[in-house]
Design a protein. Structure first.
Length: 410
């Protein structure tokens, strides 16, 4: 049976309990037929958790159930936290969004741009205009991921050891130097491509704060917000850590994938601001609720409301959606009808996205099918946790949107 734990009556915050129950009716099917090991859904409005439901297993093989404090690899949900962290330094006037990245990371001054040729004999040209920091926030920098498998620059990343993670023993500083030595997929600012841009933001945090990324996040975000279970390693949380799964290519059943899942059981040398954190639903809810309240939670302010307003705007050139300028390759969310702010996807037009939501809601997800969104217009924050790679396997996030928005009655 699903487990339900709520802090408030859904009716008290304008949600219909019977309609919320459709969430379990729907997602239980994914677990019962083996496609997902288990899941947790948390829906809050006005900061009050009105729906918290879990079903299935965090560790299917050992029959350990999903619990409210189960620990998950949130992968690219890390990006929102890293983006907020760098904007905290922006508020101290330590940099400008239009500053060249090379001003703080000199290796990027010499980074060339792909112009043709082959992997073995690439044709490269200089940057027409130096890559700027705001382009890292919006994935318009020209940087890529090795796991895309659609462009020669992706293959060059893999050849350098950056297929998914970084080579063993590599630091964030060393990774950034390596990426700077590889060609950009396009001229900065001209296109959109999901890549290591937010990891470079993490390195900027280290340079500007003179602290390791993990220390900065801990002291400036996690401790003030009471995010006690969020870090770059689950070494102290192994009893609560969810196992990682892949879909079986023949049966479709979720199959355990420890070779990749075990990476979070030790402290990494590569602190990935783009995808390295583990967290829990209660922790991530505290982060999201802080954003909905303009950057303050329990008398702890981490960011100013005007800064958040700036982050929540679409920063793509000419206010286009991602689809209009995106290169071929994956991303965590749909592109039609969504722009990109400073660290989040921004919902521009539900009639174009064909997804439930409000204009201006902010969202992103993680590679293991986790996801979140916040809707300032509705005072809503939603977290979905599971552990199935890749996130494109099933349409979990748009389905959850349909179910949640249909439960808003006031």
């Amino acid at each position: 049976m699903p487990r339900h734990d709520t802090e408030t009556d859904p009716a008290d915050v304008g949600l219909d309990a019977e309609r919320l129950a459709r969430i379990d009716t729907h997602f239980r099917r994914y677990v019962d037929d083996g496609r997902l090991p288990g899941y947790l859904v948390q829906v809050a409005r006005g900061g009050e958790v009105a729906y918290l439901s879990s079903y299935g297993y965090r560790d299917k093989e050992n029959e350990l159930p999903v619990e409210p404090d189960s620990v998950y690899r949130i992968y690219s949900m890390t990006k929102a936290i890293t983006s907020v962290a760098l904007m905290m330094l922006w508020e101290q006037a330590t940099f400008s969004l239009k500053d060249p990245v090379a001003k703080y990371l000199p290796a990027f001054a010499e980074t060339k741009v792909w112009a043709g040729g082959s992997v073995n004999k690439p044709e490269l040209v200089p940057q027409h205009h130096p890559m700027e920091i705001h382009q890292l926030f919006t994935h318009t920098s020209g940087l890529t991921y090795g796991f895309h498998y659609v462009h020669p620059t992706d293959e060059l990343y893999r050849k350098a050891g950056y297929a998914w993670d970084a080579p063993k023993g590599t630091t964030l500083a060393e990774a950034c130097d390596a990426w700077a030595s590889l060609p950009l997929r396009f001229q900065p600012g001209t296109r959109w491509n999901y890549g290591v841009s937010t990891d470079v933001l993490g390195r900027l945090i280290e340079v500007l704060s003179e602290q390791p990324l993990d220390a900065f996040l801990r002291s400036r975000i996690f401790e003030p917000l009471g995010m006690v279970d969020t870090s770059f390693s689950a070494a102290d949380q192994l009893d609560r850590l969810a196992a990682l799964y892949l879909p079986n290519g023949i049966t479709g059943e979720a199959s355990r994938f420890d070779p990749m899942g075990d990476a979070v059981k030790r402290q990494p040398t590569f602190l990935s601001g783009g995808g390295g954190l583990v967290s829990t639903a209660p922790d991530y809810h505290r982060f999201l609720h802080c954003l909905l309240q303009g950057g303050e939670l329990d008398d702890q302010r981490i960011l100013g409301p005007h800064t958040l307003e700036l982050m929540a705007r679409n920063h793509l050139v000419d206010d286009v959606d991602i689809a209009s300028i995106a290169e071929e390759g994956m991303s965590e969310l749909a592109r039609d009808g969504y722009g990109h702010g400073l660290g989040f996807a921004v919902h521009l037009d539900p009639s174009v996205s064909r997804q439930a939501g409000s204009i201006g809601d902010l969202s992103w997800g993680g590679a293991a099918s986790t996801g979140f969104w916040i809707d300032p217009a509705e005072g809503l924050d939603v977290v979905f946790m599971t552990q199935l790679l890749p996130s494109s396997t099933y349409p979990l996030r748009p389905e959850l949107r349909q179910l949640v928005y249909s439960a808003i009655v006031d």
